[in-house]
Design a protein around this ligand. Structure first.
Ligand SMILES: [Zn+2]
Length: 467
């Protein structure tokens, strides 16, 4: 069997790993979109580096766009097989891929304006809403911990990765000439003490592991402190300074964590009586899906739900669907909390709220997630005094705050703890993917200190024969 690394090589986005069996069957693990600001993204997203029509099946680890977001193009370019995913991942992909298609359709209008000015020919969107709809027909739900046989050579089971709702570690068994090779792909690894979902589960012994490494050189703050810190910022902004608190957050995962934290504060009688607006239609739909799969929540939130059956809703909390209602928030004069996407502040309604409030000294922008270098969020966090939003230069008067304890990714200690269910001497190789190159080298050292050996940091398009 051959493993080819077709994405997320020394990079945090674009996850794609291709397995070709001895009999020539091709199984693709994830089909993510490149989302960082690199110039070659467009090219990498449009050209897979293999023929989609040759792929027999896709196994998907989770619904995040950097893992699932190029599936519609895969189908558009000729893939006809099944996409295996957990039931929750399937449901989440339905809203995430449609949203992604909407963004591609509207972004291309701006891109083409620029191209035409530069004398270049216009481009078609990467994929459309119609393409995303067609792609969904290929999904085939497979629950956790069920051995699923794809063909005479390949079977797999999903174990819970604890990263986001529905996220899975993919445990493959590949049968070749009376020999079975066990290959594990971690997808993204969650934290043992996530606020909402269960801890990552132990996974079966593997010969080879393809392992993420996002926070391979970082330790997170204690998640238990987030509530206290958030309450302090709400009091300072909304009560003392009578301003608006803006919280940019990913629609899936982070938004529900913030809302649940506020819900807990409200139940404890600690939350000041200010309105909370969740201004993102995608967040509203994602929250609905979270409610549907409350069985997969951890014991702490399940216990909480015995007293409060909706941990994502309370008096004073409003989900804003309509664009007009969102615009009306500009005229809302009372102190309030606005949670809106996108988390990186590069797109979405949060950009409008920031545009309107960046010059106000009594308001606060609270950053609760990863902001990549060169993003607007990164520039604000490092303290730039002036930033451009929608082409307009603004003086930054708004207060900038951050809480670092919210993370859907394990830190290096938590990843080592996750891998500790393995007998180290039985692992033939660990491939590090989904991380920045310098972080991967740091993580490799941490792993070696913990007794793991044979750690590889693959380049894009590199391939390995696995025995
Ligand atoms: Zn993820």
């Amino acid at each position: 069997m051959i493993l080819s690394i077709k994405g997320a090589a020394k990079n945090v986005t674009g996850s794609k790993h291709l397995i070709t069996t001895n009999k020539g069957k091709k199984i693709l693990l994830d089909c993510g979109l490149y989302q960082n600001s690199a110039k070659d993204n467009e090219e990498l997203n449009r050209h897979f580096g293999f023929n989609p029509a040759d792929i027999d099946a896709v196994i998907l680890s989770h619904a995040h766009i950097d893992h699932s977001g190029n599936l519609p193009l895969l189908v558009k370019q000729g893939f006809t097989g099944k996409i295996y995913a957990t039931p929750a991942t399937r449901d989440l992909c339905e809203i995430m891929l449609l949203d992604s298609a909407h963004i591609h359709e509207s972004d291309i209008v701006f891109i083409n304006k620029r191209r035409l000015k530069a004398g270049k020919s216009p481009l078609k969107p990467l994929y459309t809403v119609k393409d995303a709809g067609k792609c969904m027909k290929h999904f085939y739900p497979v629950p956790y911990n069920n051995e699923f046989i794809i063909n005479e050579e390949v079977s797999f089971n999903f174990t819970d990765a604890g990263h986001i709702l529905g996220s899975a570690v993919i445990n493959l068994s590949i049968q070749e000439e009376n020999k079975t090779t066990k290959l594990c792909y971690t997808g993204d690894i969650g934290r043992p003490n996530d606020l909402i979902i269960k801890a990552p589960e132990q996974f079966p012994q593997a010969d080879y592991i393809i392992c993420e490494s996002t926070y391979g050189n970082r330790l997170h703050d204690d998640a238990a402190l987030a509530g206290e810190k958030l309450l302090q910022i709400v009091r300072d902004t909304c009560i003392t300074r009578k301003g608006k608190l803006l919280i940019p957050a990913f629609s899936l995962g982070r938004t529900q964590e913030i809302v649940y934290t506020l819900d807990c504060l409200k139940t404890q009688g600690l939350l000041p009586p200010v309105k909370v607006f969740v201004d993102s239609p995608l967040s509203m739909n994602a929250t609905e899906i979270m409610r549907k799969y409350s069985d997969s929540f951890n014991d702490t939130i399940k216990h909480y739900m015995e007293k409060d059956d909706d941990p994502f809703g309370f008096n004073n909390l409003v989900y804003v669907q309509d664009a007009e209602e969102s615009k009306a928030l500009n005229d809302y004069k009372e102190p309030c909390i606005i949670i809106s996407a996108s988390g990186m502040m590069e797109a979405g309604r949060i950009k409008h709220h920031l545009h309107n409030n960046i010059g106000k000294e009594n308001c606060t922008l609270l950053i609760v997630g990863f902001v990549p270098p060169n993003s607007l969020g990164h520039r604000l966090l490092r303290g730039d005094k002036q930033v451009k939003i929608f082409g307009e230069v603004h003086d930054v008067k708004i207060n900038i705050a951050a809480i670092n304890s919210y993370s859907a990714h394990a830190d290096y200690n938590e990843m080592i703890q996750f891998l500790s269910c393995q007998q180290k001497q039985k692992i033939k190789k660990i491939f590090l993917v989904h991380g920045n190159e310098d972080v991967m080298y740091d993580f490799k050292i941490k792993l070696m200190e913990a007794g793991f050996n044979n750690i590889e940091i693959p380049d894009l398009d590199s391939f390995y024969e696995l025995h």
